[in-house]
Design a protein around this ligand. Structure first.
Ligand code: MLT
Length: 202
């Protein structure tokens, strides 16, 4: 099915909520499918490709430098992603998905929640940063969120994961923030934590 974003869709079986998979910089729509299968066996998987290119590398929004975001573009792209999720839900007959985002994908997932509450019903944010310095007042009452930071993440300003966790909490989300002994990359510890968290929602 052709939708606004290049994407992959895998139908689900059973009762898991669908996952909205959001890749990191330089990834694509196939990257996180294996992780999705691992952390939520049987869940439908919806995996768009970011529409911004940085030196040929797909991303979900523009940045001015590493860690310095073009917040106008964050807002624009979060709106586009919200529209994509609505299209895909209609096309594939899905309930609201739970976002599973890594790095740049976690950042757009956080922006999506703060700018368009209700688009996702929960989120796992792996190595996120704060995508919006001054987020709008969002109502995320009771929305479950797992934030996974890396203790030795070299590209993360200290306290960034905690700041995002607080923003989401202020909006009413039920946030669990864990710091794993890892760098910026995905580890088995992230997969295990994501799996346990998603199982607790089912
Ligand atoms: C971002 O640009 O979203 C973050 O710096 C993480 C990254 O994608 O490298």
């Amino acid at each position: 099915i052709e939708l606004s974003h290049i994407h992959r869709f895998q139908a689900g079986r059973g009762s898991h909520a669908p996952l909205l998979l959001l890749h990191g910089t330089g990834g694509d729509e196939t990257d996180l499918l294996p992780l999705g299968e691992m952390v939520a066996p049987g869940a439908a998987l919806l995996s768009p490709r970011g529409r911004v290119l940085e030196n040929g590398m797909p991303r979900f929004f523009r940045r001015l430098a590493e860690g310095v975001f073009d917040e106008a573009d964050v807002r624009l792209r979060a709106g586009e992603l919200q529209a994509f999720v609505a299209e895909a839900r209609e096309a594939y007959g899905l309930p609201a998905p739970v976002a599973l985002g890594f790095s740049n994908g976690a950042n757009i997932a956080a922006a999506l929640m703060l700018l368009h509450p209700g688009t996702v019903s929960g989120a796992v944010l792996i190595r996120p940063m704060v995508p919006l310095r001054e987020p709008p007042t969002a109502d995320l009452a009771g929305v479950p969120v797992l934030v996974l930071s890396g203790a030795m993440d070299p590209i993360m300003p200290a306290g960034e994961g905690e700041r995002l966790a607080r923003q989401l909490e202020t909006a009413g989300a039920r946030v669990l923030h864990r710091t794993v002994p890892a760098g910026h990359g995905l580890t088995q510890m992230d997969a295990a934590a994501a799996r346990d968290f998603l199982a607790s929602l089912a």
